[in-house]
Design a protein around this ligand. Sequence first.
Ligand code: HEM
Length: 508
Amino acid sequence: MEHLLLASIAMVVATMLFLIMFIKKEFSKSESQYPRPPPGPWRLPIIGCMHHFAGQIHFRAFRHLSLTYGPLMLVRIGQVNFAVASSREAAQEILKNQDPNFAARPELVVGQIVCYGCSDVAFSPYGPYWKQLRNIFHAELLGTEHIQSSASIREEETLNLIRDISTATQPINLSEKLRRMSNAIISRAAIGSRSKHQETLILVAREFTDVLGRVYAVDMFPSLKLLHVLSCAKFKLHRIRRRFDKIFDDIIKEHEVKAKMNKGRQVAEVKEDIIDALLRLKDESELQVPMTMDGIKAVILDMLVGGTENSSIVIEWAMSELMKNPKIMEKAQTEVMEELKGKNRIRETDVVELNYLKSIVKETLRLHPPATLIPRMCRKTCDVLGYEIEAGTRVLVNAWAINRDPQYWEEAESFRPERFESKPIDFKGGNFEYLPFGAGRRICPGMEFGLATVHLSLAQLLLYFDWKLPDGRKPRELDMSETYGLTVARKTELKLLATPRIPIPSTV
Ligand code: HEM
């Protein structure tokens, strides 16, 4: 009996020991197999990490936090987690090595309301519809052939800008003139003519890019429905959408009238723009995913807003940096003047030779990328740099911080175009320490088009004028503060005095 009791006790002890060892082994296995979430700043109840942003622009605040929490951190804002990548390695992992898993965009209320239920290119979910739109963009507007054939539009519109500036006797608002020029270029290339709604379009586009960069309670507290009602965000967004709608309806109506007049003629005979092509494809239902009228409006929105704001912002920053760095301005003016020798004007084909000017644009995009935070979303739970990123987590690649990281850039905060003369780095998304156009599947499709506008207009501004700050102000007094939007522009409009240097040609 005693033996039996001892044997039972021994059995129980052995079983318990076995169980403890098994659980311990499994536990340590689960720890090493499934990584932990990335580290992040401490949180307060309800608002999460919002207090860390007080008084700071978001991309600067994220960089500041990354100095403590590392290249990949998890920042909770309200009820939403953001994985923020702030190093070349983290960006490469997200935008290249695991690109398909991060090729989604977050579904924001702004995309739902203003971008016609996220049916544009920029907000649409990763999948066949998005792929189809990118192909149409490439085939009808942004491919190499179209960029070459739209060179005459850029040459005309940059010359119009130069003529307009040459008539001014007072300091000019260069920011405003650049927005008008960029909008005229993209409108003529995309919809066949300057939009008669240009003024309203530019105003609403500015309002839209501004709201795009804001943190809305409706997105950060998805479950607090009362807050959605109390916040006036949705009301504001619906107002923007109505104003866009009116303009886009008009553009589409004009194209439908033109299509009726051209009925019966072969496609090759008719000079089609991208809206004509979209309307034709919609009716022919040749597409894998049918195109709706809202989808067409969303595409117009991407083209007109993306094509206007980004290019003019880059030229504005380039001119600001040149005003602050007169020696660089002088060197660039000499280069353009040399290129003019034996010709009566600078054309787009001449820009290829302007290597210093192209380095100035690269350096401008390094210090002032219009899109500071590249927004993506994680589709499936995965491991990035040893940390677990859960499906549905919003991801931000802090391109602004990476472009200025002293680990990759000597004198990172200085404007030094020469650095690109010895550094074979380009925009195409293969150098993850330099991301002005993003990278991977969702890289900017308008890169070549935007650069063509930026290069040519900057060359013309430097060739035809000498520039000064008004009221005898010194270059160091120029305010360089940034706006708080999705695309980061100058906070104050750039106002300059232009003095003609050489005669302006009368025709293109
Ligand atoms: C110099 C000017 C420009 C800059 C710096 C710029 C920058 C960017 C960046 C950083 C992205 C995000 C890429 C990513 O997620 O990896 C983007 C996306 C996009 N850009 Fe641009 N852009 C410029 C010009 C343009 C132009 C001229 C157009 C159209 C005419 C355009 C249309 C778009 C669209 C539609 C997307 C969304 C792509 C997608 O989600 O698949 N951009 N751009």
